[in-house]
Design a protein. Sequence first.
Length: 471
Amino acid sequence: MSTFLVIVTKYLFILLMFFYVWECFSALRCKNPYKASGIFQRQNGIIFLTYFLGITTIFLNQQDTTDIGVIVLGGAQLCYLIVVLGIFPIIYPNINKAILSNMCMLLTIGFIMLARLKFQYSIRQFIIVAVVSMASLIVPYLMSRYEMWKSFTWIYAFVGIGLLACVLVLGNVDNGAKLAINIGGFAFQPSEFVKIIFVFFIAGLLSRSVAFKNVVVSAVMAGIYVLVLVASRDLGSALIFFMVYVFMLYVGTAKARYIFICFAGLSVASVLAYQIFSHVQVRVSVWLDPWSDIANTGYQITQSLFALGSGGLTGTGLYHGQPKDIPVVDQDFIFSAIGEEFGAIFAILLILLCLTCFIAFLNTAMQQISMFNKLVCVGLGIQYAVQIIVTVGGAIKMIPSTGVTFPLLSYGGSSILSTLIVFAIIQGLAIVGTTKHPVKRKVPQKGAKHVKERNTQEIRKIEDTQEIRIR
């Protein structure tokens, strides 16, 4: 019975994902609020149905926990989805429902995959998601006071560099890179939060002035961030910081030549990094030919490719694949696990879903009147998009693997916490952008008296004209 259900549900997952993504693009084109409301209601229904199918399949096939454990977790996660999708729009009527629905759909897929891979990880992830989501209710109010956040520009700069320097000095080496610091038995990855701080710093700097001197200062500070990350061998985060800065600089200055200058610098820096760091040389050689050392350095990427290949277009179905053969599958290579058991069609639709999320971020940026808010939206949107490209690219061997997680899907306290904060900030700015605050202009007393006298004269002329016509 469970085998039959797995075979049926793997096609239902693809069908539901197709309709959900279709509604995502329909929502982007829709200008009628009543039609848009219907779209979001249908999306919410698809989210609940997807989760129900997933948790039912897990209940019938689980081996890492008891039936009661699956029922309790399933009930708690369903309650969470109901609260977020039903209560949040009531508290904030101007919330961006497209971003909210997409966030819940991605979390739903993540809940299902983590419960299938490591049930205990799914419990930990859900606790973090629930707590942060409730705390994020205050973010829209905080973001409405953007002038306050703008005044902390240089505080962001030094706090961010300080946190990265702490990792460089005190961080634990993991696969050749210093990524996290152990605090009370928990691994804390500061770079996930420094990404947000960095965006606020560059937004504050460029919103004040885009004169050449200010651009040079921003480039120097961004270079310091990247150099500290390179020294820590956190190359994935270094690439994300670089791309965020390039596109924020372009939006702030509207000068395309800065993009070419930055990418020329990236090319030179990449060659130097390859020559200096043996860690980079190993990753590049594994990327070029993982089959030459398949039992050692190339094992992770080859297992990822085997998983994607065995999944085919429609996937093997939940619990019918071997995703646990991939090292660190629940973090860096969760996309490969999804591709194996849900199939290539589902994986492509997942990427399109993330694309609509990115477009919604950019639409929010275009609604902003404040340049600071606009740059924050663009920076966080680019950060989100580049992180997905790096994660998916590493899993399919498009680029060397960099150890970056998939936002909202991969396991990791720091990653999920920072991503939820990013979505909360974007929602806050979406509310700010759609809330109109008309500016009342005070008319000078003399001008006001003049306008009143002129209106009185015009009224008298009209009355005289009407009287003449009556006569």
